[in-house]
Design a protein around this ligand. Structure first.
Ligand code: CTP
Length: 411
């Protein structure tokens, strides 16, 4: 995905062992379509060479405020103009302290200070020893930098280069990339709380067997990510899938439809939007065996009986919260044929204001999909695209339908 296509990023490196991760980050930014200009502090050059960053960014690297390559001899002005963001990764404790005071005795801090404040966001990925991170001075600086409008990303937790364990590692390159991509998404769901179900459910027959379906969970995980990128607080109730949790999303893992229903019921009072992408099993074995069902040698097959699972979405859609317009419900419809008529009927049957229809066999497990949105007024086709692209488009459609002034949105 070229999520950073046409974005110009100034990647700054201050001194720290996490500079080795900046090489990978630089590569990831370029791969995502960004034009990357690297600026390094003198300290950073002790950890990684400018040659490495030059090769990865396909551009000459700047390290000195006395560099006379820019025609006007003002590298600190030239470099910070026209970029979409300055990303400093790693941002050392010392570099953050320097920024806080508006000090500018090297090219990177000069460029940060001289950037047009309203147009060029400054994003920091801190990296340091856990004691340095926890120190009141650093924490004070982080708070003040945020108050000054700087975006300070989280730190990672775990083993540190110094041999200690704790908070302060720089995030991994892919995490910083995701945060940067999210930074550029419109904040259409800012202040909203979104609850998403995703994946299949698994209905046990016995301790080692069960029935499930081919849903991969990718659409639901993309929905959770897109909602988070749009500024929402997101809870993702996930059936058994092995996908990584999107950044900033709270995940609740479940297995069966009944567990999914219980998790949704526990969360729905704190949600403004409910998006049901899960492919919930329609039936569960009436009596799951505690022990493995064994062959008895007679050639007889076991007789299984099933009970219908509750319809989680219909249940939420008929709650007081949803009916009064406080909780906006979005359903999905996985059909194998007659998408329009089946999905229209399903929207009415479930009592939801918006439903996204798709052809199940064509999308289960794939990275792409196409959606047919249906509401009370008509239909809208979202043509074939990646699931994340579709999820962002669906977020836009949901945001446009949310009540701004408390007016309920009813099916
Ligand atoms: N859904 C749900 N609980 C169920 C079944 C479905 O919450 N027990 C939700 C799904 O998450 C989806 C929508 O209802 O948002 C439609 O799911 P789908 O599987 O397409 O339809 P079904 O309701 O199962 O109907 P049918 O099997 O007849 O197509």
């Amino acid at each position: 995905m070229n999520d950073l296509q046409n974005k110009r990023i100034l990647l700054g490196l201050s001194g720290g062992i996490a500079c080795y991760k900046a090489a990978e980050l630089c590569r990831a930014l370029v791969k995502a379509g960004a034009q990357v200009q690297v600026v390094m502090t003198e300290a950073a050059t002790h950890f990684i060479t400018p040659v490495t960053l030059q090769a990865l960014s396909n551009r000459e690297v700047f390290t000195s405020q006395w560099d006379d390559r820019p025609a006007n001899n003002m590298a600190h002005i030239e470099l910070g103009r026209g970029v979409d963001a300055i990303l400093v990764a790693p941002a050392s404790a010392d570099f953050m302290a320097k920024l806080l005071h508006g000090r500018a005795d090297d090219l990177l801090s000069l460029t940060c200070l001289a950037r047009p404040l309203q147009q060029v966001p400054l994003i920091l990925a801190p990296a340091m020893n856990r004691e340095m991170w926890a120190h009141p001075a650093t924490q004070r600086n982080v708070q003040q930098l945020k108050a000054d409008g700087t975006v300070v990303l989280d730190v990672g937790q775990g083993d540190q280069a110094c041999g200690e364990v704790g908070d302060g590692r720089m995030l991994e390159a892919d995490e910083i990339l995701d945060d940067l991509i999210a930074h550029f998404q419109p904040k259409r769901l800012s202040g909203r709380r979104v609850l998403v179900t995703a994946g299949p459910t698994y209905e046990a027959l016995d301790p080692v067997r069960g029935i499930t379906n081919l849903s991969s969970g990718k659409m639901g995980f993309a929905m959770a990510r897109a909602a988070r990128e749009a500024g929402a607080q997101v809870v993702l109730v996930a059936g058994p899938v092995s996908l990584p949790t999107p950044r900033g999303v709270r995940r609740v893992d479940v297995r069966s439809a009944l567990q999914m229903q219980a998790a949704v019921q526990a969360e729905m009072a704190q949600a403004d939007v409910f998006v049901a992408t899960a492919a919930v099993a329609d039936w569960r074995p009436t009596n799951a065996s505690d022990q493995k069902i064994k062959k008895d040698g007679s050639g007889q097959t076991p007789v299984l009986s099933f009970t219908e699972n509750p319809d989680i979405l219909a249940g939420v859609a008929s709650s007081d919260r949803a009916r009064s317009g406080q909780l906006f419900c979005v359903g999905f419809a996985a059909e194998s044929h007659d998408l329009l008529s089946n999905a229209q009927a399903k929207r009415e049957r479930k009592g939801v204001p918006l439903l996204a229809g798709n052809i199940g066999p064509a999308t289960f497990g794939q990275d792409d999909n196409a959606l047919l949105l249906i509401d009370a007024h008509g239909t809208l086709e979202l043509p074939h695209a990646s699931k994340l692209t579709l999820a962002r488009q669906l977020v836009e459609q949901i945001a446009a339908r949310l009540p701004r002034d408390g007016t309920p949105v009813l099916p």
